[in-house]
Design a protein. Sequence first.
Length: 313
Amino acid sequence: MSQTKTKCLIIGSGPAGYTAALYTSRANLEPVLYEGHQPGGQLTITTEVENFPGYPDGTTGTQLMEDIRRQAIRFGADVRSGLITKVDFSKRPFIVTDDSGNEIEAETVIISTGATARFLGLPDEEKYMGMGVSACATCDGFFYRKKRVAVVGGGDTACEEALYLSNIAQDVFLIVRKDYLRASKVMQRRVLEKPNIKVLFNTQTQGLYGDEFLQGAHLVENIGTTKEQHFDLELDGFFLAIGHTPNTSLFKGVIDLDEQGYIVTKGQSTATNIEGVFAAGDVADPNYRQAITAAGSGCKAALDAERFLTSLE
Ligand code: NDP
């Protein structure tokens, strides 16, 4: 068991965490970053990334994360594999413990633990991940030009993803388990008026099929009623939009969270309710959830941490 002192501890390793490490290392805060159980975060489960500025020919999510990681290490960031399992934010310096029992004494903390897309829990989702199954239309929609895709969910995200895909794909099916959409009225109207979006109400997915790539979904309509009907829908892409869960269980009761569990930050800053603790990326953002916005907020958190430390001098 070791003990480390740092001016800035970063918890989490997506675009927000690595960018915070890049900026804090260049500001001589000698950051320590814990990568967590999915080094590189959600981007490492997407395929191509073509909308991150600076990559005119596109790149992969894994490569993009590796690039920012290396950039941070080049300026001295101490990037560690491992999980943070305990935080004590009751006084500064904060005491944080990792899964091997090592203690880190940190003058500031940046939380960038991200969010996890919810899945239906079908074994086939994992099998076809990146081979037809995706949880991000903005990331992967481009690969379905003139193809047939489905989006699962009836909230604003599902409607937004369906509309986005309807400008790329030939046919979009919105699979909604209830007989109504939960999305805002304006989004509902846009979806219902779009000629190439077909909403399948009262419909649930029971499985996916295909060979190497996804070829379709096994669906059931009006399950548990006399009108129950099973059918297969041929598809090239299957997008999940049934919500995200922010990875904040470690901070419950310590950091202010909103009703969905996202970290609440103050105004336009990344400051949380605890002085010296900042939050960046999807863990504090239910709205934009893009690699570039997460990276931008990682930069903001680094500047906020640096300014906070300067204000104490
Ligand atoms: P929501 O929780 O609003 O909606 C989730 C949807 O997924 C619901 O229709 C729900 O169905 C469905 N669902 C959940 N679990 C399953 C399941 N196991 N099988 C099938 N369907 C399932 O999540 P969103 O991500 O859409 O939105 C999150 C928040 O972000 C909301 O407050 C939303 O308004 C906001 N948002 C705002 C946007 C904007 O203003 N531009 C854009 C995107 C999101 P059911 O209704 O049956 O529970």
